[in-house]
Design a protein around this ligand. Structure first.
Ligand SMILES: [Zn+2]
Ligand SMILES: [Zn+2]
Length: 409
């Protein structure tokens, strides 16, 4: 069944007439394959249920012991919030703030906003601020790193399993259930569908098909808008045909990323004190130690996440910017796919930062064995953030511009 509803693809700007989607179906862009919209089964009820469950588990993960570390007859039990307070006492406040925001504040805000928006959509009265919170949800999803923190915990276990006994507390399991429920909620949130419901509730009229393909797609709510308009009718975001100064900003952030890459690799990421003897570890040094001890899979994970992914991401984005500059008319599909992969894997480089944080928090047995953070880890975290920002600044629609705007399909 076709309708008069048009949508401009978020990644290639093709104007597509969107059919009415039955429950359980999704619509993809015929040119670049981007998922334009997905109509999940019982999306509203499920988002509310999963988000509430996730919030309860997040709350529980503060109340009980998180991890217990025992070595040389000494035990050390830590709570989740200690992973932040220990860093503050070691004068790594910037890192503490970053960890607090990415593993607790952002996920909690994301879940609260999702509950508010979807309860508002279900109720007969439309709550104030629903549109602002829907915009916040889209923004927060790039900075939610709770799932990476969990993988970081597992990697650190394997690193220290030969040194000591580690046991998982009740709060650890609450944190696992929190991640699972939050992922389930996120999978049911479809930006296009949610804005359609908001539009219906607010009686915002549907725009007719634009003449000669002259349109601009709102990058916040995915609706199409008149090229002459400055503000989107649906979500009140500022409209622009392409992201403003996309290439310049991406280049500037990539250069900053390259500059941070050197201190991140040259400075130690942690100092280990073992029976009074102090050793320092750089990222590559840590990978080599793991390799020598025969922990090949973990050495590979850390090598790929901390060394290959950042370099690969910087090279890929630089190449995409260069091909936009040269107005290349080749392999658009592959370039879009490369951009998608870059956007998806970029934040996973944070694993090594989380591993260092967990080791620093857990291993504090005075002179027997203690681990302290090094400034390399701060430079590394800065580099990951800068490259995530670089990917967000890049407008993938620029890749398709040389072949011109096509007519609606
Ligand atoms: Zn597309
Ligand atoms: Zn909009």
């Amino acid at each position: 069944m076709t309708s008069n509803k048009y949508i401009a693809c978020h990644e290639c700007d093709l104007l597509v007439r969107l059919a009415h989607l039955p429950e359980g179906c999704k619509a993809s862009c015929p040119r670049c394959g981007y998922t334009l919209s997905a109509n999940h089964l019982n999306a509203q009820d499920r988002v509310i249920a999963f988000s509430l469950t996730a919030l309860v588990f997040l709350g529980l993960s503060f109340m009980f012991p998180f991890l217990t570390f025992s070595a040389q007859g000494q035990d050390r039990t830590t709570m989740l919030l200690q992973s932040i307070t220990v860093l503050v006492t070691e004068n790594f406040t910037s890192l503490a703030i970053l960890i607090f925001i990415t593993i607790i504040v952002v996920p909690a805000l994301y879940l609260l906003s999702a509950i508010y928006v979807y309860v508002s959509l279900k109720s007969s009265r439309f709550f104030p601020g629903t549109r602002a919170l829907m915009k916040l949800i889209a923004l927060l999803q790039h900075w939610n790193m709770a799932d990476i923190f969990l993988i970081g915990i597992l990697v650190s276990f394997i690193k220290i399993i030969s040194l000591a006994d580690v046991s998982l507390g009740l709060s650890f399991w609450s944190y696992v259930f929190f991640i699972v429920s939050m992922t389930a909620a996120a999978l049911h949130i479809d930006r296009h569908q949610a804005w359609q419901w908001i539009k219906e509730k607010e009686n915002i009229p549907v725009l007719p098909a634009p003449i000669n393909g002259l349109h601009q797609g709102c990058h916040v709510c995915t609706e199409i808008a008149d090229v002459q308009k400055k503000i989107c009718d649906t979500c009140s975001a500022y409209l622009h045909v392409r992201k403003k100064d996309s290439l310049q900003r991406t280049w500037a952030l990539l250069i900053t990323g390259v500059l941070l890459y050197f201190p991140a690799n040259m400075l130690p990421i942690m100092h280990t004190n073992f029976f009074g003897e102090e050793t320092t570890n750089t990222i590559l040094g840590g990978v080599l130690v793991l390799w020598e001890h025969g922990s090949y899979p973990i050495a590979l994970i850390i090598f790929i996440a901390s060394v290959m992914v950042p370099i690969g991401k910087i090279i890929a984005l630089s190449w995409l910017c260069y091909s936009v500059h040269t107005q290349s008319k080749k392999s658009h599909q592959q370039k879009t796919q490369l951009f998608r992969v870059t956007e998806l894997v970029g934040r996973w480089s944070m694993i090594d930062v989380f591993v260092v944080v967990i080791l620093v928090v857990l291993i504090k047995l005075g002179n027997i064995m203690s681990i302290y953070p090094g400034w390399g880890v701060v430079a590394f975290a800065g580099m990951v953030i800068v490259t995530v920002l670089a990917a967000l600044s890049f407008d993938p629609r620029l890749i398709w511009d040389p072949i011109g705007k096509e007519k609606a399909v």
